[in-house]
Design a protein around this ligand. Structure first.
Ligand code: 7RM
Length: 666
């Protein structure tokens, strides 16, 4: 456990004061006067004619053939803009160049070691056309799947856009995932080609992507070719020389790109054709391949990116500090910003490298005006103190966003005050991999915020809190549901239509169940309370308790494991594992470290348990269900509630003693 939990900043008590007053935060006048939207007209338009509203948003895109109907809804299956044809890469690139902004910067890219590239829309289009040609020459065709496992380098969006261009669905696997996680995702999607890099930089060290790929590809019969970007060179191979390349299977990106391959134009895609798969953790050990399609998805991310961030594409410099391997990066680094002609920043590394002011150095250098970040990052900066942001010129900032987990009021106010200087609205945006884009958020320029509340559904969206019986809760707590289809909604779980219906549409008839608890306050503001299922949220990343448990019991020394998310002041939740070893197996801290490493190998570093507590038994109900709630209480040192339903109440006492003996390791 971090030994220095976040307190209020020492300086002058200004933040404590803002909090104590329970102030609400209207958009600053200086902001309002320039805002894209400064009254309620968007809400009114959407309320008066919902389909017409979405049609108007879709009409902002370039269609090769017009749609025939806006939304066909056969619960739980929606189709948007049916009959329409378009290409996502053409909307993101060709259209911008044709409109005369080919010389505008699409991405300012900065590698962790300090290397930099500036890429205009014109240059990005050319690179994508050529890489689309490369993929085509490797046999990738419309309807195929391509896996992508890369660091945050420009070739990552290039690969995604090239797939979209030829009509292949991409499946981006976050570069922090292990070889096992990668092969599982490749096999589920039956991807034909994998695009990767020799490695990436993280906190001054090499992430050995190609080495992981070589392990993963022993078990992936569908992969015919890999394309490898040389990012790290000789440092990627501890054995010396470049990473090994397998003859006939592995190709260097730069070899395939020169001499210039035949360029590919944009394939006309049906609005409902698959754009991508993105795997996300659910309540079982097997991640779900969330399906996103073309026309509706692009409509939602383009619309939300424009209005939630009050985007002025000619003048703004926008930085979403997420990783493209998560949905936030898909929607708000790649597709939304490019479709709007925005100028974005991409940064490869961590905020503390080489110094703890790296982010603020980047904001200063590129004059970032819109910053979109996760609460876990904001809390980390709070812990580091105000001197780092204060040492840099942040006056270019005019809007701040938050995503990934509930933001606590202290962090919200700190963000507003210390980073935004009190002049930037803070938009707390609630959404999920499944929703494709933002659903609940303030509208900057319009909404008066309360720190910690994501406020209201955006125009066009329907969200309600319901009780156990599915009855709408007007005031108070319950479950968050979405009440009508929306264009970016997931179209299903790849290969498993039943699981789609079961997971999202069966708990409350006629409603999409998000898996989050929420409450409505006396003014109708929505407050998100976190997941109510067995999904943890570690630094804004979804990690399934079951997935970590399966990784643990996969180890030969483990008989049984129960995993819970424990509140953590920095990461939101931390993974805590209760492990029952097999008879005779070691239970010292060295063995705990072995098990933690095993989880890293099976899933990746984000799932690494912060603590492992060995115990002879786990608390179970008489029907044999592990009582995770109790374990969470134990982990968080809470008074235990009713334990009478336990098969053996004595177990809990023993666990509690052990938990106290083995404080969280780190
Ligand atoms: C974008 C993303 C989704 C889960 C979701 C929530 C939590 C996300 C917020 C939030 C409170 C927020 N996709 N979550 N944003 N909770 N306030 N603004 O994170 O699929 O990876 O996670 O994240 O629990 O269900 S995700």
């Amino acid at each position: 456990m971090p030994d220095d939990p976040i307190g209020a900043p020492a300086e002058d008590g200004a933040i404590e004061e803002l909090l104590r007053e329970e102030r609400s935060f209207p958009p600053p006048e200086s902001f309002r006067s320039q805002a894209l939207v400064s009254d309620r007209h968007l809400y009114d338009e959407a309320d008066q004619d919902w389909e017409g509203f979405w049609a108007a948003q879709a009409a902002q895109l370039e269609w090769m053939e017009p749609w025939k109907s806006v939304c066909e809804w056969e619960l739980p299956f929606a189709k948007w803009f049916t009959g329409g044809k378009l290409n996502v890469s053409a909307n993101c690139l060709d259209r911008q160049v044709a409109a005369g902004i080919g010389k505008r910067v699409a991405y300012y890219w900065e590698g962790e070691p300090g290397d930099r590239r500036t890429i205009t829309y014109g240059e990005l289009l050319e690179e994508v056309e050529r890489f689309a040609g490369v993929l085509y020459s490797l046999g990738v065709r419309k309807g195929d799947r391509v896996a992508i496992y890369m660091p945050m380098i420009p070739e990552l969006p290039v690969a995604m856009l090239a797939c979209a261009r030829i009509g292949a669905a991409h499946s981006v696997v976050f570069g922090g995932f292990s070889a096992d996680a990668l092969s599982g995702r490749i096999n589920d999607a039956e991807a034909k080609v994998l695009v990767t890099a020799d490695g990436g930089w993280r906190r001054g060290a090499v992430v050995p992507l190609k080495a992981n790929v070589d392990l993963a590809l022993d078990q992936t019969p569908s992969i015919q070719h890999t394309v490898v970007v040389q990012r790290v060179g000789e440092k990627a191979n501890p054995g010396g020389g470049l990473v090994p390349m397998r003859e006939g299977r592995d190709h260097w990106y730069h070899d395939l790109m020169s001499p210039s391959p035949a360029r590919r134009g944009p394939e006309p895609m049906d609005s409902e054709d698959l754009l991508y798969l993105l795997y996300t953790s659910g309540t079982t050990a097997k991640p779900k391949g969330i399906m996103h399609t073309t026309g509706g998805y692009l409509t939602q991310v383009t619309y939300t990116h424009r209005y939630v961030f009050d985007l002025h594409p000619e003048t703004d410099v926008y930085w979403c500090a997420a990783d493209i391997g998560w949905v936030t990066g898909h929607s708000y680094i790649v597709y939304g910003p490019l479709a709007n002609g925005a100028t974005s920043v991409i940064y490869e590394g961590t905020p503390d490298y080489p110094d703890k002011d790296r982010w603020w150095e980047i904001v200063e250098r590129y004059k970032v005006s819109i910053l979109y970040a996760a609460p876990t990052a904001i809390r980390t900066f709070m812990k580091w103190g105000t001197s780092y942001p204060e040492g840099r010129d942040l006056s270019s900032l005019r809007l701040l966003g938050s995503v990934g987990e509930p933001i606590n009021p202290e962090a919200w106010v700190w963000y507003w005050q210390v980073i935004g200087g009190g002049r930037c609205p803070v938009v707390d945006t609630w959404w999920q991999t499944e929703t494709g884009g933002i659903m609940i958020s303030p509208l900057p320029g319009v909404t008066t915020c309360k720190p910690g509340s994501a406020t209201f559904p955006l125009p066009g969206m329907g969200a309600e809190v319901v009780d156990d019986q599915g009855k709408k809760v007007e005031r108070g707590g319950g479950y968050l549901t979405l009440t009508r289809p929306w264009p970016g909604m997931l179209r299903g779980i790849y290969g498993d239509p039943e699981r789609y219906r079961e997971t999202y549409w069966s708990r409350f008839p006629g409603r999409y169940f998000a898996g989050d608890g929420a409450k409505v306050d006396e003014d109708g503001y929505l407050w998100l309370l976190g997941r109510i299922d067995d999904v943890m949220n570690v630094s804004g990343h979804r990690v399934s308790t079951t997935e970590v448990e399966s990784a643990l019991v996969d180890h030969p020394s483990v008989a049984e494991a129960a995993v819970v998310g424990m509140n953590d002041p920095l990461t939101g939740q931390a993974v805590i594992a209760f492990v029952t070893p097999k008879a005779g197996a070691s239970r010292d801290s060295a063995h705990g470290e072995v098990l933690r490493q095993h989880v890293v190998e099976k899933i990746g570093p984000i799932a690494r348990p912060k603590a492992i507590i060995f115990t002879d038994d786990l608390p179970k109900t008489r029907s044999g269900k592990i009582m995770r709630r109790l374990l969470r209480d134990v982990a968080e040192g809470r008074h235990l509630g009713d334990t009478t339903t336990l098969a053996d109440p004595a177990v809990v006492e023993e666990i509690r003693e052990r938990a106290m003996q083995s404080p969280a390791e780190e």
